[in-house]
Design a protein around this ligand. Structure first.
Ligand SMILES: Cc1cc2nc3c(=O)[nH]c(=O)nc-3n(C[C@H](O)[C@H](O)[C@H](O)COP(=O)(O)OP(=O)(O)OC[C@H]3O[C@@H](n4cnc5c(N)ncnc54)[C@H](O)[C@@H]3O)c2cc1C
Length: 377
């Protein structure tokens, strides 16, 4: 029997997309989000690869998301001497029937949320999950405001620091991955970026990527920096540091680089910084327990060099809803994990050994899931 009272925790890309796929499968869900509705559209942005863009098509959001993103057709790989080492032309529209796009997180959240509202799916804000109690025929969710909700199943889409995860595998740990990530949104007056191009500056331990992320916004340059660092930076020197401290950290990384002035201008003109130490989930032996299952960053953290976190979340959303459409929740959770664990672990492992682009591009887009096809029958 289909679960009709689904509780989704978290309204990021994973939670919103899951609610839309469940609706498509004929199931009702309610989303509970710890933040207020004004805080929801925060975060910088990401590259969304064709496999993720294709999933958006299944929930009717592809065109609007693309209209609010920059379509990337070329990737320039540049070294610290400012020499272009390689230019990769991206033909994903031809080969994978969807583009590679660069976009602000706020844009995709806005489009998904609009569709969620249009379909009458309820999102309840200021609802911070504190614990979950499994019952023989239902599941109870407790929030910080001391309210209690009962449902058939819970889908934890509450991101890297997931509380839902405790109800699935209490021993699972979040370990610092040895990387930090930093994103920013900026505008530089006299700097004309090449259309449809993403720029990758690279040295052994540090990467700086930037490109347009919106077709018209003035504040439309999205940049991302990743660095290897064995010890985790304390929050007061990173996540909670002043803008000036963050700028200095970036300049230190680029010390000795022969980089153009516009790159410094870009950093100087960045008003919003999003610094994050990057974590990986350890000892998560199962992805579900009883009536609770995890999706998105709550269940797998993607190395940012993979650039797949948002796409994985969209794929998860479609697969979990398909499984629930076709099976009792116990089998659905089991099949979902079989499918998704293999996919994410294989792809993450490949990125450790393969060179940028070609093979990875193929592997990412070789994942064929069609909504109409039945699963495991
Ligand atoms: C530096 C960096 C760069 C990245 N670059 C890329 C990239 O280029 N391409 C890409 O595809 N991905 C990238 N990613 C990953 C991508 O951002 C995530 O994988 C994706 O956004 C996951 O979405 P999610 O919905 O699972 O989690 P989130 O977006 O974290 O959403 C979780 C939601 O749950 C809510 N929540 C949390 N706890 C509770 C609670 N207790 N109760 C209720 N609600 C709660 C939160 O407020 C939030 O709204 C990057 C990540 C990082 C860190």
């Amino acid at each position: 029997m289909k679960s009709q009272n689904v509780i989704i925790i978290g309204s990021g890309v994973a939670g919103l997309a899951t609610s839309l796929f469940l609706k498509k499968a004929g199931m009702e869900s309610t989303i509970y989000e710890s933040r207020s509705d004004e805080e929801l559209e925060t975060g910088a942005g990401f590259l969304l690869s064709p496999n993720g863009v294709k999933i958006l098509d299944e929930i009717g959001c592809k065109n609007e998301v693309i209209a609010n993103a920059a379509v990337i057709k070329r990737i320039q790989q540049i070294n610290s001497e400012n020499e272009v080492e390689a230019i990769f032309n991206n033909h994903s529209e031809k080969y994978h029937h969807a583009p590679l796009i660069n976009l602000m997180r706020a844009q995709i959240i806005t489009v998904l949320l609009k569709e969620v509202q249009r379909q009458g799916i309820e999102v309840k804000y200021n609802k911070k999950l504190t614990s979950i109690k499994q019952q023989p025929h239902s599941v109870q969710v407790l929030f910080e405001d001391e309210t209690v909700i009962t449902g058939d199943i819970v889908i934890g889409a509450d991101g890297t620091f997931s509380k839902t995860r405790e109800a699935v595998a209490f021993n699972a740990k979040l370990d610092y991955s040895g990387f930090w990530g930093l994103q920013g949104v900026s505008y530089v007056k006299d700097f004309v970026l090449e259309e449809a191009t993403s720029y990758f500056y690279n040295d052994e331990h540090f990467q700086f990527i930037f490109g347009k992320a919106h077709p018209t916004n003035q504040l439309n340059i999205l940049w991302q920096a990743f660095s290897q660092r064995p010890e985790k930076l304390p929050a007061k020197h990173f996540e909670k540091a002043s803008k000036e401290t963050i700028r200095q950290l970036l300049y230190q990384q680029m010390e000795g680089w022969n980089i153009p002035k516009h790159l410094f201008d870009m950093i100087d003109h960045t008003e919003m910084f999003f610094p994050r130490s990057i974590y990986e989930i350890k000892d998560l032996s199962v992805w579900s327990k009883g009536r609770v299952v995890l999706v998105g960053d709550a269940v797998h953290t993607a190395n940012p060099f993979v650039g797949q976190g948002a796409s994985y979340s969209l794929e998860d959303a479609m697969v979990i809803a398909k499984m629930l459409r076709d099976h009792d929740y116990r089998d659905a959770f089991y099949y979902y994990e079989q499918d998704r664990r293999t996919r994410t672990e294989e792809l993450n492992a490949l990125f450790q050994h393969m060179n940028i682009q070609h093979d990875i591009d193929r592997k990412m887009n070789e994942y064929h899931i069609k909504w109409e096809e039945e699963t495991y029958v």
